[in-house]
Design a protein around this ligand. Structure first.
Ligand code: SF4
Length: 501
């Protein structure tokens, strides 16, 4: 009898067949793998702050993995811990200290590296935290493996940083921890000079990725099975292609043509950079979802001027009106700061009333807090400082306003049919997801929906602040089917991009 293996090779007569004495190479592979695993060093990473930081943490983790490290959960024991910090949280220092302390309780001999905005702004302060071994500024954070020859603790922290003016390289990054959506960094830094903001001090001037590289990353993300990409940057609307000088509008036009089976969301865009052509494009788009997040910060012109924002509230109204007239179902989110210096009761009322009158879907409210070296702190604005308890009270008022707006937006959507991208996780018998217009929905767990886009009819509001959803009918929207081979059902990728990781 002739034995044929799955490849159709006659094993008996195959000259490549191993002799009885020859070692089984598959076993050696396994042994090697075990040795490598034994030898490889473990690391864990924790991220504070914004979506940009999350995408960069993924990139740092990827760098470490490529250099032989093995990733473990942050709550597990590791040899190396990386904390990617943020400068926005008022108590960045306290938070960082607490995390370092808890790490040392878990793994007393672990090597601790600190990266991120806080590491750029206050390297000495961080180096002074007991147990910290390495502090890397904005220019060095992606070179972390170069500083990890051995993980011996020396009892003091090394700092590798440079003046922020010298940071001008764009480092691409995208997050891939969540299998449903990915935050793709296409722009970094900011040339604006808003008086309350430390971001230009922590991340440097505006710079962007090339369109070709953004496209490559889109395919890399799609190949991981992720179906939503959130375009992310510090000042996204200021995107400028390094070679051609093409702007954000050209970028989204190009992305519309991608064959990758993904939908796109624009994370946040300054009102003065949200051109009408962008709004009109999103309305016609098969790929970009109807959702804008537009920072306002204050609804009082006098405060906008003190903040050095580049628009007044009339322009903001114009943008919201334009969006809503073209896409009544579009979700609009607003950033607002409570208690900026000089925000008297009258200015706050003016701002509150303006926000109340705006047809927007939700607010992200921040309590103003002083940041070293910002012009709001260095200038005489400080003398108009608002007591913290008033700032917090205003924050609460705006939060309540936000809840009302969100509820109203949800009610407007009851009975509508919208595509939802469901997450993969079964959470106590439920599946969760977001509609294209950014409504969080929940439905009874259904295996067929895991990680899929499906059209659902939106039902009532749930007690946990979402909307219930009933399957209208399973769909594969046009933009999803574009990248799928009709015969095999597999994702098709242009040949030139097949070998990318
Ligand atoms: S636009 Fe203003 S608030 Fe936004 S990152 Fe730039 S300086 Fe900061």
């Amino acid at each position: 009898m002739v034995c044929m293996n799955k490849t159709g090779i006659d094993e008996k007569n195959d000259s490549r067949r191993k002799s009885a004495d020859a070692p089984d190479l598959r076993c050696i592979d396994k042994l090697l793998l075990l040795r490598v695993k034994e030898m490889s060093r473990t690391f864990a990473i924790h991220t504070l702050g914004c979506k940009l930081n999350y995408s960069e943490s993924s990139s740092i983790a990827c760098c470490l993995t490529e250099n032989g490290f093995t990733k473990v959960q942050f709550k597990e024991k590791a040899e190396l811990y990386v904390i990617n910090t943020c400068s926005v949280t008022q108590e960045a220092d306290k938070e960082c200290r607490q995390i370092v302390r808890s790490v040392l309780r878990r793994a007393p001999g672990a090597f601790i590296a600190i990266t991120g905005c806080y590491a750029q702004l206050k390297p000495e302060e961080i180096a002074g935290i007991e147990g910290v071994d390495l502090v890397l500024g904005a220019s060095e954070k992606f070179n972390l493996p170069l500083y990890l020859d051995n993980l011996d603790k020396k009892g003091f922290a090394q700092i590798h940083s440079c003046e922020i003016e010298k940071v001008n390289i764009f480092h691409p990054a995208y997050s891939s921890g969540d299998r449903t959506r990915s935050f793709l960094k296409v722009q970094d830094g900011c040339d604006y000079n808003c008086s309350y903001c430390t971001i230009p001090l922590a991340r440097g001037g505006s710079r962007s990725d090339s369109i070709a590289n953004v496209n490559r990353n889109v395919y890399s993300i799609a190949l991981k099975g992720i179906k939503e990409i959130v375009l992310t940057g510090v000042n996204l609307g200021d995107y400028r292609e390094p070679q051609s000088g093409a702007g954000f509008f050209e970028l989204i036009q190009t992305l519309e043509d991608t064959k990758a089976p993904v939908r796109f969301r624009i994370s946040s865009i300054e009102p003065n950079l949200l051109k009408d052509e962008i709004i009109e494009w999103v309305r016609r788009s098969q790929k970009f979802v109807p959702h804008f997040h537009i920072p306002l910060q204050s609804g009082a012109d006098a405060i906008l001027k003190k903040m050095r924002r580049r628009y007044l509230r009339d322009l903001y109204t114009e943008k919201v009106t334009r969006i809503k007239s073209l896409m009544p179902h579009c979700s609009i989110g607003v950033d607002v700061i409570a208690g900026f210096p000089g925000e008297t009761d009258e200015y706050f009322s003016e701002s509150y009333e303006f926000l109340r009158s705006l047809d927007v879907s939700y607010l992200h409210v921040f309590t103003y807090s002083e940041r070293d070296n910002t012009s709001a702190v260095l200038s005489d604005l400080e003398s108009d400082s608002i007591p913290m308890e008033i700032r917090r009270k205003r924050n609460r008022m705006l939060q309540i306003l936000s809840e009302k707006k969100e509820r109203r937006f949800f009610e407007q959507n009851v009975g509508s049919v919208r595509p939802v991208l469901f997450e993969a996780r079964n959470r106590n018998g439920f599946l969760y997801g977001y509609t294209d217009n950014y409504i969080r929905v929940k439905t009874v767990f259904n295996k067929a929906l895991q990680g899929q886009v499906a059209k659902v009819e939106l039902g009532e509001l749930t007690t946990d602040g979402m909307m219930s959803a009933a399957l209208a009918k399973p769909i594969i929207p046009d933009f999803i089917s574009q990248g799928i081979d009709a015969e095999t059902g597999y994702l098709t990728v242009p040949a030139a991009l097949e070998n990318i990781n």
